[in-house]
Design a protein around this ligand. Structure first.
Ligand SMILES: *[C@@H]1O[C@H](CO)[C@@H](O)[C@H](O)[C@H]1NC(C)=O
Ligand SMILES: *[C@@H]1O[C@H](CO)[C@@H](O)[C@H](O)[C@H]1NC(C)=O
Ligand SMILES: *[C@@H]1O[C@H](CO)[C@@H](O)[C@H](O)[C@H]1NC(C)=O
Ligand SMILES: *[C@@H]1O[C@H](CO)[C@@H](O)[C@H](O)[C@H]1NC(C)=O
Ligand SMILES: *[C@@H]1O[C@H](CO)[C@@H](O)[C@H](O)[C@H]1NC(C)=O
Length: 685
């Protein structure tokens, strides 16, 4: 129903307004002759369903069932030669173009008729339906009906003795035709009869001529555009003097009984005593294209399809954008060479969800290499720490990933287990075991924060030492940590120290090595030889471990500010106390004097031993372990520290104030010129 309304609305919109102007061909309606090329502005009396459409097309019936429609010349025409009933009926000629279109291809109900009627009463009381809107059950066949019609009948009515459902008939006061013929025409060229289908929807022209003297009527028809055939379709004797009185109405009638059919008249001309004026075909209104409904439906349908398609397109674009965004959100970088490390690989999506989208709530800390987030892997419910670092260079990534994969195979209870990695554009993510108690430096350097007793510290020291021993000697390859420091030692649930962040210094090194002379590591922990040669060795790890020992025992940073606001190097400070025989004064006051003096002495001396300026003079980790396990007598430092001081004084040149200004204790990586270790010593003094 809605579709129908839309269709009708569309029809109104679709009919071009321009047609209205061209349609009228009214000329001199003096009651003697007239011509309508389309009916815009025509003075016709319409009733029933009939209407003149905006383009001038006369529609007698619409698609409604059981309706009739008439279009009649407004005043009766003078059909007699004399002004009374006795004169002969004047000859007349008329021609019209009609079309019948059905909603169904092959069937149509009823037809259309051109008629003459003595009075309006007859046809205005006609029944809609089988009598073509001309007569009703009461007056059919009654001579006093006074009606003459040329019917174009599309329905075979047995009662009315119709010859078929596609015929032309001549009727007088009845619809039982005096004469009828199959619709068609005799082709002038080939002389053959050509059938025409009345319900084809095609416009056809009909000529009706009455010779009053011979009382003969001829009916001729042809498809629109074909010249009037010479041989008429019907020629039959009819005395109209019994039908018309002095005057008669002329017009068209139509009705529908069952099927949905529309009856159209496109043009009409009429004349007494002369051939009907020719119709100008080019001025006739256009028919709504047939079958009308189907076209409209298809228009509506195609519009709906276009709409639906547009909608679908829109939705798919949205989906595409969403998917793309989602994909971009979780996009990773994966290269062929990474295939062997597949098992070490985490998907970014998993990490994203595990860390609740790297939310600040999950942030554990920010360090020199990036931010660390706590996460819970969805599949295994496992707690992990995800280190997220920006990483722009491709250089060294390959080696690093290989290293990550091999580090992933490191198994030691004092090593933070590296579970795997993930790579995105400009970003590298490392996944570690989650350490409940965070990093050690928090316990050492947070004022009024939690602290550790000596036995805990000693356990941590031994743990870190054993992990370094494992890395340096016990594993299949020599692994150099490069960044041993308190903040890289993490504490598990039982306060065991675990070394983490392997190789990060290395990748940092790789990234910057190309253009600068940056050295990876952390200020204060850097072995002096690194600033010169730049090649890390197990001994540079030992140096950093020595600083770490002092840091843990003294509770001070490698470079700290003393009471007199001097920048002091921890190593030198402890060394001075050792020299003065007051080494136990350097012990962290937060221990409250509760510590094993032997152990503390061993650790402090070992710290100084490990930070010996000459790498080869430092103990290897196995030796360090032996000292800590008391399986070696405590280290004897007396000759060593003298050399130490002497050595530093010998190197005491080339102080670079700029470098020093930069070297804040918290600083992770710094540029060190060749002599910087010496300058740090002098500065600290
Ligand atoms: C139409 O014809 C009727 C009857 O002759 C007449 O009264 C009326 O004025 C005409 N209307 C127009 C618009 O010509
Ligand atoms: C009708 O007209 C004819 C001829 O003009 C005349 O002879 C006849 O008497 C008229 N009849 C009537 C009833 O006026
Ligand atoms: C014919 O119609 C007239 C007028 O309506 C009426 O008087 C007459 O009885 C009808 N004749 C028949 C046979 O119905
Ligand atoms: C015309 O139609 C009639 C009736 O349907 C049929 O008998 C006749 O063969 C047709 N003639 C042509 C030429 O198609
Ligand atoms: C038919 O109408 C067209 C347009 O109004 C006009 O150009 C043409 O001359 C007319 N043809 C005849 C035969 O009147």
């Amino acid at each position: 129903m809605l579709l129908l309304l839309v269709a009708q609305l569309l029809l109104l919109l679709l009919v071009p307004a321009g047609r209205c102007l061209a349609a009228t061909g009214l000329s001199g309606d003096d009651g003697q002759q007239f011509v309508y090329n389309g009916f815009t502005g025509a003075n016709l009396t319409l009733d029933g369903a009939s209407t003149v459409m905006p383009n001038g097309l006369l529609m007698l019936t619409d698609y409604t069932r059981k309706v009739k429609g008439h279009a009649v010349h407004p005043f009766p025409l003078p059909f007699r030669t004399a002004s009374n009933d006795t004169g002969t009926v004047r000859p007349f000629s008329t021609t019209f173009v009609f079309a019948i279109s059905s909603q169904y291809d092959d069937v149509s109900s009823d037809g259309i008729a051109f008629f003459l009627a003595a009075s309006r009463e007859v046809f205005s009381t006609a029944s809609p339906g089988q009598f073509l809107g001309l007569l009703n059950e009461g007056n059919i066949g009654n001579r006093s009906a006074r009606i003459f019609a040329v019917e174009l009948d599309t329905f075979k009515d047995y009662e009315l003795r119709d010859i078929n459902d596609n015929h032309v008939g001549v009727d007088v006061d009845s619809l039982v035709s005096i004469d009828s013929a199959n619709a068609g025409y005799y082709d002038d060229g080939i002389g053959m009869f050509q059938n025409l289908s009345l319900i084809s929807g095609n416009p056809m022209q009909v000529w009706v001529d009455y010779d009053g003297r011979a009382t003969e009527i001829t009916v001729t028809m042809a498809p629109l555009g074909v010249a009037r055939p010479k041989r008429p379709l019907l020629r039959t004797t009819v005395d109209l003097s019994g039908v018309v009185q002095n005057t008669a109405y002329v017009g068209f009638s139509s009705a529908t009984s069952f099927f949905y059919t529309r009856h159209f008249v496109l043009g009409w001309s009429f004349a007494f005593d002369a051939p009907a004026p020719a119709l100008n075909i080019s001025m006739l209104p256009a028919l709504p294209s047939t079958p009308t409904y189907t076209t409209l439906q298809s228009i509506v349908l195609s519009m709906m399809i276009v709409l639906v398609l547009a909608l679908v397109a829109l939705v798919s674009i949205l989906i595409y954008i969403c998917v793309r965004r989602q994909r971009l959100k979780y996009s990773e970088v994966r290269e062929d060479w990474e295939a062997p490390f597949g098992s070490n690989r985490f998907s970014y999506k998993d990490l994203f969800h595990a860390t609740k989208g790297f939310s600040d709530k999950n942030l554990l800390g920010r360090g020199g290499f990036g931010s660390v987030y706590k996460g819970v892997l969805r599949k295994t419910d496992m707690e992990v720490a995800v280190k997220r670092m920006s990483h722009d260079s491709r250089q060294g990534v390959r080696e690093f990933i290989a290293e990550v994969a091999s580090i992933g195979r490191l198994r030691h209870r004092n090593i933070t287990q590296l579970l795997g990695y993930c790579r995105r554009k400009g970003e590298l993510l490392l996944v570690y075991d989650y350490m409940k108690n965070g990093s050690l430096d928090k316990y050492l350097h947070t004022r009024n924060g939690p602290t550790l007793c000596w036995s805990q510290r000693y356990t941590i020291i031994k743990g870190v030492a054993s992990s370094l021993l494992y890395l340096h000697e016990d594993w299949e390859q020599v692994v150099i940590h490069r960044d041993v420091k308190a903040s890289n030692v993490l504490l598990d649930g039982k306060m065991n120290g675990r070394l983490g962040d392997f190789g990060l210094a290395r990748i940092y090194d790789h990234e910057t090595a190309a253009e600068t002379t940056h050295v990876a590591g952390t200020m204060g922990y850097l072995a002096p030889e690194l600033s010169r040669a730049g090649t890390p060795t197990p001994f540079s790890d030992v140096y950093a471990f020595g600083v770490f020992l002092l840091e843990v025992t003294c509770g001070r940073r490698p470079i700290f500010i003393d009471e007199q606001n001097n920048r002091v190097l921890l190593v030198e400070w402890v060394l001075q106390h050792h020299h003065n025989g007051s080494i136990l004064d350097t012990v962290d006051p937060r221990l409250g004097g509760e510590f094993n003096a032997d152990e503390v002495t061993i650790v402090l001396k070992l710290g100084l031993l490990c930070t010996y300026p000459s790498p080869n003079a430092r103990p290897i980790m196995r030796k360090v372990m032996q000292y800590l396990d008391h399986s070696q007598p405590p280290p004897d430092l007396s000759p060593t520290y003298i050399s130490y001081i002497m050595m530093t004084q010998m190197q005491n040149e080339g102080f670079d104030s700029h470098d020093m200004a930069c070297s804040q204790p918290a600083m992770s990586v710094a540029t060190l010129s060749g002599e910087s270790s010496a300058t740090i010593l002098r500065e600290g003094r």
